[in-house]
Write a protein that binds this ligand. Structure first.
Ligand SMILES: *[C@@H]1O[C@H](CO)[C@@H](O)[C@H](O)[C@H]1NC(C)=O
Ligand SMILES: *[C@@H]1O[C@H](CO)[C@@H](O)[C@H](O)[C@H]1NC(C)=O
Ligand SMILES: *[C@@H]1O[C@H](CO)[C@@H](O)[C@H](O)[C@H]1NC(C)=O
Ligand SMILES: *[C@@H]1O[C@H](CO)[C@@H](O)[C@H](O)[C@H]1NC(C)=O
Length: 244
């Protein structure tokens, strides 16, 4: 009986102290701190430094969506839009690493050795040309300027340091030769979209960016090139606020 009373008293005490602490917390906390930012299901949140070059974005939610058929860039955009997001890209090493890991895991599970996923980015208008003189001059020959981001909430500065060594090449098909005099050919089109290579067994290429024509389903195409086949895309959206 005595023990029970002590126990009850202890419980009361703990509850009382806890309630006090909560009260105290609430009176001290600013209104802003009570708003928590959360990402919807399937999305992973990343804090970003708000700047003029990312539309003052403080937090951004990313989702890596993997599909089992080759998908065009437009289809990827539409799929992201359908869930209230946009086709997106990474702003930092951490975000890039998350994308590469997620996609690599899917590849390993499905026995895919190499492939790609779509990211946001589009060749700037003046460089969508097969004119060699323009392509080998600025800004078209500048890895940091030849592509632009379509969604302003990601600063692409870091992403443009992640082009593969020889990327972005500018015309397809047939496969690029370094001999400009025989290239482009009449069946070439410009490579206006951005894919990330996923190649878990190849450190040189895994996670690197490559330019490709936006629709893998129309000629010129080359399905022999497993590395260029798009098995997914990255959607991005702002967080949701949760009040409590
Ligand atoms: C960028 O920020 C401005 C001001 O907050 C906002 O009105 C606009 O919708 C934002 N753009 C996008 C694409 O989120
Ligand atoms: C591809 O995935 C969809 C949806 O997950 C599934 O219904 C379909 O059977 C899959 N197709 C193949 C060829 O694995
Ligand atoms: C992947 O390969 C392994 C070993 O060959 C096999 O057991 C497994 O069923 C394969 N998985 C798929 C999704 O094809
Ligand atoms: C290619 O571009 C250069 C520079 O703008 C221009 O002088 C030239 O006429 C163009 N060539 C063709 C074939 O259009």
């Amino acid at each position: 009986m005595k023990r029970w009373i002590v126990f009850a008293a202890l419980c009361f005490c703990i509850l009382h102290v806890k309630a006090f602490v909560i009260d105290n917390d609430e009176s001290c906390e600013s209104e802003e701190k009570q708003q928590k930012m959360k990402c919807p299901k399937h999305y992973k949140g990343y804090y970003r430094q708000p700047t003029a070059t990312n539309n003052q974005t403080k937090m951004w939610c990313l989702r890596v969506v993997m599909v089992n058929v080759s998908v065009s860039e437009l289809a990827a955009q539409q799929a992201c839009n359908a869930e209230g997001a946009v086709l997106s890209t990474f702003a930092s090493y951490d975000e890039q690493k998350h994308i590469v890991r997620h996609a690599s895991k899917y590849f390993r599970y499905n026995n895919i050795t190499q492939g790609s996923i779509w990211l946001d980015g589009v060749r700037i208008e003046q460089c969508r040309t097969l004119n060699v003189t323009q392509q080998i001059a600025a800004p078209c020959n500048d890895k940091t300027k030849v592509f632009d981001i379509t969604d302003p909430r990601t600063d692409p500065k870091y992403a443009w340091t992640q082009w593969y060594r020889t990327a972005p090449s500018w015309a397809y098909w047939p496969v690029r030769t370094e001999e400009y005099s025989t290239y482009p050919t009449v069946d070439s089109i410009t490579a206006d979209c951005v894919q990330m290579w996923i190649y878990p067994g190849n450190d040189d290429r895994n996670g690197q960016l490559h330019a490709i024509h936006c629709d893998m389903a129309v000629p010129p195409y080359d399905f022999e090139k497993a590395l260029f086949t798009n098995y997914g895309y990255v959607c991005g959206r702002p967080p949701v606020l949760s009040f409590y």
